[in-house]
Design a protein around this ligand. Structure first.
Ligand SMILES: NC(=O)c1ccc[n+]([C@@H]2O[C@H](COP(=O)([O-])OP(=O)(O)OC[C@H]3O[C@@H](n4cnc5c(N)ncnc54)[C@H](O)[C@@H]3O)[C@@H](O)[C@H]2O)c1
Length: 337
């Protein structure tokens, strides 16, 4: 298939491009590099042996987005392009609404005008907020707690309304839990600018000597060891799920919403220990106060993805840590190394 990958030079997008290219799809990557590096393109070429077709474009540019879809002849679009930092979204909510929602409206309008009717959309477990029970199923109540999460929920609703208005438009809404790890080559991985918002890149930067110690937010949660519990998923498993979602859209001829996680809860301290084992490096940490809005325990019920996509996560926490460390140690300053 000919596939447009919006946000394809970002963390999850770049790994997904590897899997899609390996499955023989013909890709065009579109990105504005607001949170990624042009060097990703060289690395993708090194991994896949093919020069990726690329267009520098901001989805907020309506005319450019329409032009891209009109000329592209795409069979499907995978839409990663969004701002994603929860803390920043509380400081700059309008930027998040502008980038994430305006960009998505332009993309959907352009798809409609071009007759491209298959979409794979990056949503997030953040739409569940503090769930009533774990593991979390797709029919759990949706209750977002921050502007970033609200943009994800609004985008899900926009997509659902479009699908309701056009029965030929089919969307796969993928609710990711906590993506970590890197491609086993160590050539691409997560490279946050500034202070990392997510746990694994923070651990990696402590281990490589860029930061002194990890702050663990809360040691008195009602969990196995008092630290927060999440569902970490290897980014290559997540990438594979996108390719499987495209196949499923084609096979089933209907849209769906699925959780993508392992179904296993892992605590912050368990992840630190696994990382120390995988890297042979000490990760000093201190337990500090809980952060407002955090929750004790969130992990997925991934059974719908198993039955519908014939997909399940294959990598365990040790593999996630090993691959994250290989990426970080080969690229101590990320793509600027
Ligand atoms: N990483 C996570 O923990 C996580 C968890 C759940 C959901 N998600 C979602 O998955 C998607 C990808 O996440 P990621 O971790 O790869 O993030 P990322 O920031 O690495 O990738 C997003 C890419 O989109 C690009 N982009 C942003 N706005 C754009 C615009 N207006 N026009 C063109 N390009 C634009 C950025 O430059 C970047 O390359 C996002 O939608 C995010 O909300 C991520």
């Amino acid at each position: 298939m000919r596939i447009l990958v919006c946000g394809g030079t970002g963390y999850i997008g770049s790994h997904t491009c590897v899997v899609l290219a390996e499955r023989g799809h013909d890709l065009l990557i579109a990105d504005n590099f607001s949170n990624s590096s042009p060097r990703v393109l060289e690395r993708l070429q090194a991994i896949t042996g093919k020069t990726p077709a690329f267009e520098r474009i901001d989805l907020r540019d309506r005319d450019a987005t329409h032009g891209l879809l009109r000329e592209g002849g795409f069979d499907a679009v995978v839409h990663f392009a969004a701002l994603k930092a929860v803390g920043e979204s509380c400081e700059k909510p309008l930027d998040y609404f502008d980038n994430n929602i305006t960009g998505t409206i332009h993309l959907l309008q352009a798809m409609q005008a071009a007759g491209t009717k298959r979409l794979v959309f990056s949503s997030s477990a953040t739409v569940y907020g503090d769930p009533d029970r774990v593991p979390v199923r797709e029919d759990a109540p949706l209750r977002v707690t921050n502007p970033y999460g609200r943009t994800k929920l609004v985008m899900e609703e926009l997509i659902a309304d479009l699908c309701a208005s056009d029965p030929a438009f089919h969307a796969a809404v993928l609710r990711y839990f906590n993506p970590v790890g890197a491609h086993p080559s160590g050539l691409i991985g997560e490279d946050p600018g500034g202070t990392p918002n997510n746990l694994m890149p923070y651990i990696c930067q402590v281990a490589v000597g860029r930061r002194e110690r990890l702050s663990v937010f809360g040691g008195d949660w009602p969990t196995v060891d008092g630290s927060g519990v999440r569902d970490y998923i290897h980014v290559m498993d997540l990438a594979r799920a996108h390719a499987d979602a495209i196949d499923t859209l084609q096979r089933e001829r209907r849209g769906f919403t699925v959780n993508l996680g392992t179904g296993q809860g892992v605590s912050v301290l368990q992840l630190v220990q696994a990382f120390e084992r995988a890297s042979g490096k000490a990760v000093p940490y201190e337990i500090v106060a809980r952060r407002a809005g955090d929750v004790a325990e969130v992990y997925a019920d991934p059974s719908l993805a198993q039955s519908l996509l014939h997909w399940s996560a294959e990598h365990d926490v040790d593999a996630m840590c090993r691959d994250a460390w290989r990426w970080q140690s080969m690229n101590p300053q990320g793509f600027a190394s």
